[in-house]
Design a protein around this ligand. Sequence first.
Ligand code: PNS
Length: 162
Amino acid sequence: MTYMRIAVYPGSFDPITNGHLDIIERASRVFDKVIVGVLRNKNKSPEFTAEQRVGLIKKVTAHLENVETESFDGLLVDFARAHGAKVIVKGLRTVNDFEYEFQMALLNRALDNECETMFMMTDSKYSYISSSMIKELAGYKGNLEGLVPSEIIQYIKDKYEQ
Ligand code: PNS
């Protein structure tokens, strides 16, 4: 039997940024398969619907053959287990991310002790980018070049011009 190393890269991706895409590309070189898990966010109210967020990610990862994207509800460890993934990949931008991510990693391992969280350091050129910052910038009609993948810039701008 061939053993596939499958990883889940979870997030809200509201919307996907160049920082997220960098982690997806790098993870796709480390794992046999990467499943991008888009949280449907029942409690938060995302700017983009889960379908829109999945669509944007699929568009910008079309060149990556071993990357799949789907939305999920419920616990991340259940989503990972359902896909045969034993690894959760997370990106770390600054030390500010660390405390929360450390707590989540411990919690997820307590929920499923076969599930490992592995962190990838965000490329320094993306360390200041966040989806919230993209939304704020888009709201002020700021330049999104270099911050989100170029093929989705117009889509994001259109959303804020409605
Ligand atoms: O991009 P985000 O919003 O920082 O991603 C957060 C995410 C999706 C990774 C996190 O909210 C999550 O794993 N949610 C699923 C529910 C879950 O498993 N929570 C942990 C136990 S309460």
